[in-house]
Design a protein around this ligand. Sequence first.
Ligand SMILES: *[C@@H]1O[C@H](CO)[C@@H](O)[C@H](O)[C@H]1NC(C)=O
Ligand SMILES: *[C@@H]1O[C@H](CO)[C@@H](O)[C@H](O)[C@H]1NC(C)=O
Ligand SMILES: *[C@@H]1O[C@H](CO)[C@@H](O)[C@H](O)[C@H]1NC(C)=O
Ligand SMILES: *[C@@H]1O[C@H](CO)[C@@H](O)[C@H](O)[C@H]1NC(C)=O
Ligand SMILES: *[C@@H]1O[C@H](CO)[C@@H](O)[C@H](O)[C@H]1NC(C)=O
Ligand SMILES: *[C@@H]1O[C@H](CO)[C@@H](O)[C@H](O)[C@H]1NC(C)=O
Ligand SMILES: *[C@@H]1O[C@H](CO)[C@@H](O)[C@H](O)[C@H]1NC(C)=O
Ligand SMILES: *[C@@H]1O[C@H](CO)[C@@H](O)[C@H](O)[C@H]1NC(C)=O
Length: 818
Amino acid sequence: MEGFTLLLFCLALLNSIAAATVRETISTLQSINDDQIIVSPGKTYALGFFSPGNSKNRYVGIWYNEIPTQTVVWVANRDNPLADSSGVLKLNETGALVLLNHNKSVVWSSNASKPARYPVAKLLDSGNLVVQDGNDTSETKDLLWQSFDYPGDTILPGQKFGRNLVTGLNRFMSSWNSTDDPSQGEYSYQIDISGYPQLVLREGAFKRYRFGSWNGIQFSGAPQLKQNNFTRFSFVSDEEELYFRFEQTNKFVFHRMQLSTDGYILGDYWNTEEKVWSLHGKIPVDDCDYYDKCGAYASCNINNVPPCNCLDGFVSKTDDIYGGCVRRTSLSCHGDGFLKLSGLKLPDTERSWFNRSISLEDCRTLCMNNCSCTAYAALDVSKGPTGCLLWFDDLVDIRDFTDVDEDIYIRVAGTEIEAIEGKQLHKSSIRKPQTVFISCVLFIAILILCLTFIIYRRWKTRQKGGKMKDKLERDASVIYEHEKDDLELPMFEWSTITCATNNFSPDNKLGEGGFGSVYKGILDDGGEIAVKRLSKNSSQGLQEFKNEVMHIAKLQHRNLVRLLGYCIQAEERLLVYEFMANKSLDSFIFDENKSMLLDWPRRSLIINGVARGLLYLHQDSRHRIVHRDLKAGNVLLDSEMNPKISDFGLARSFGGNEIEATTKHVVGTYGYLPPEYIIDGAYSTKSDVFSFGVLILEIVSGKRNKGFCHQDNLLAHVWRLFTEGKCSEIVDATIIDSLNLPEVLRTIHVGLLCVQLSPDDRPNMSSVVLMLSSESELPQPNLPGFFTSTSMAGDSSSSSSYKQYTNNDMTVSIMSAR
Ligand SMILES: *[C@@H]1O[C@H](CO)[C@@H](O)[C@H](O)[C@H]1NC(C)=O
Ligand SMILES: *[C@@H]1O[C@H](CO)[C@@H](O)[C@H](O)[C@H]1NC(C)=O
Ligand SMILES: *[C@@H]1O[C@H](CO)[C@@H](O)[C@H](O)[C@H]1NC(C)=O
Ligand SMILES: *[C@@H]1O[C@H](CO)[C@@H](O)[C@H](O)[C@H]1NC(C)=O
Ligand SMILES: *[C@@H]1O[C@H](CO)[C@@H](O)[C@H](O)[C@H]1NC(C)=O
Ligand SMILES: *[C@@H]1O[C@H](CO)[C@@H](O)[C@H](O)[C@H]1NC(C)=O
Ligand SMILES: *[C@@H]1O[C@H](CO)[C@@H](O)[C@H](O)[C@H]1NC(C)=O
Ligand SMILES: *[C@@H]1O[C@H](CO)[C@@H](O)[C@H](O)[C@H]1NC(C)=O
């Protein structure tokens, strides 16, 4: 009995010795069974049969010999598992490694690049399984095949990741399907060679993340991937080869790069003390890393909410913030210029063109001369910019990176360059006393010119006046007859009106409107009305009358004044409105005594009411209507201090997709008009947004936006205090007691967003309404478009005078600097 036990013991011992059979090579005479492994000379890696995770399938693979938790770095038969442990790995006579199953059919085999006479397979200390010809001990002599050429989900130090352009070999990574299944999963990672080579991680066929291209120092899409004390990166790109490789500087620490089953590139190392894999980094890092997050011509900045911002010179294509951007000014090819942008991940180079021996200057010329070239950049910046990279498509997949040391030059229309560079100079320019002086002098000069012009026009108009009058009256009846039927607006008898207003008695006069006087009237039934009597000698009267009747008749909103009817009698044209007991907003906020009647909560309600009224005009009414003359004087207050927008004499409706128009005849009220309207006559709903912003700031501060030089300009004043963080000094002293400070600050902030210089920067009214009512974070406002002249009317100026007009001292300082 004892002898039998001993025998069993001996058999078991023999068996375990067999299982532990450790060899260093496989020759044609040998084979490896399921229970055998081969180990590299330094004992770092082992090759043999294994089952991943919970799987029962058997695979041939390579793992770290010394790491207790089996970590597989390469799998031979990843797509063809063995169902049992009967597999055999052999090296056949022609030098192919073949894996056979139980009935001797080939499950997997390696390719020998050429037939071999004395083939031998070895596992090297780098983790590379090689087949060589001959028994030469030098490692890579007569290499027939190597596992490093066929990576799975892991790249080891020294392993080339990339392409051999001569043989066409593409060494790429592909994720495991799951931890139990090493078959090719849905993620792959490779060097793309269409266009300028770049590293791309894909999910199926779709790009998920771009490392971008190597610029001599780093990958433009992964600045976080840095040389450190343990690893060194290199990127080789020549006629024959194109590959990325990292080297391990400390041979006692194992490093690897892995493509995880859920699509992340992991860089980790074996922490010998804690006996775990520790992460160096994981990519994609944040939302902005995902491919084309923001669409064309937009840059993603993870610190912004929302993260997408159009590049300078571009504007949102749609309301969708991820929908990309389009040019503000379309290109004219030869009149274009290039805008230098820094600190960006360079756009997708899939359809780019490049040449390593062209200088950056020649690159610019090449791009300039080809009208479809959208941008250019240098290829290598490690020894100053060299090489030339050209883009011909929309620029996509851009993000902000502060530590990317590379510039890109983007093609934009010439006029944009001036506008943008002007704006950038504003930001950086420092005001000096002389420039303030010079700017004031310049302003006064410009002002005098304007006034002279206006007086000249007035004089001209008067000259024409007599002839015009007859014509106008004829037109009036024609237009009127034509439109009478579809107005469905009650017509008042002349006698009714004269009676109600006591024959337009001065006692009944409420005020002087834009194009005539307004009178209070009381109808027979006691109802109160306001009657606007359009001035007879205004050459614009007819048009305004028609305009107002047409627009307002169809509008119904509680923040718009209701038009009750009209009256035409000979030369007289009257509009009849609902009566607003508290007259206009300006009579309160700018009046020392009455301003106290409007405490902060009331002012806040007024601001919100006006915003909703304006939103209705811009969006919700049947036509998109731009009011063009929003101001405190045109916001009326009813008996309960509810605000209603009035005076639609200048309103203009936009049909269909029209969003912007220009006029040669700039009308409106000084102080409320945005620069682009004054200068170029361009108006859109964003012009009203500007006026609304001015109105907000006036309501909060109790001051009019008027004055000559910046000291008196409300927008400049608010902007200065805002940037200095002294917002509370902006607020009207009479409402200090009723203040809800966070709400006021928010309102001022929104006001500044509305008065930004560029119309595209200004939010639309729906955003404004949202911003006012929510507590979401607000974007930082850019410099406001302050304009300081006293009156506006006249033909549009050429855009070259834009800079002289748009701003205060700071703009002018640019001019004087040139
Ligand atoms: C060795 O294996 C390869 C791949 O299976 C095969 O093409 C080749 O014919 C085999 N050579 C011999 C001598 O069996
Ligand atoms: C191998 O064996 C399986 C069953 O064990 C059989 O279905 C299959 O046809 C065999 N293959 C060959 C090539 O003989
Ligand atoms: C073997 O080589 C052929 C052509 O050279 C290639 O298509 C195939 O993918 C290679 N197979 C392996 C396992 O390397
Ligand atoms: C090495 O290969 C040669 C033939 O190239 C052979 O004659 C020699 O015996 C081999 N030596 C060993 C140690 O395998
Ligand atoms: C991954 O495994 C699942 C389940 O076995 C399978 O349905 C799927 O086709 C596999 N995917 C790939 C890419 O092999
Ligand atoms: C790298 O090594 C240097 C010198 O040995 C050391 O001062 C530095 O802290 C190390 N850096 C890191 C990131 O370990
Ligand atoms: C790159 O430019 C150089 C100099 O202009 C030229 O000689 C070379 O042929 C170009 N190379 C390619 C690939 O176009
Ligand atoms: C501009 O470049 C594109 C892309 O390289 C090319 O197809 C086109 O012919 C070029 N046009 C001109 C005018 O050179």
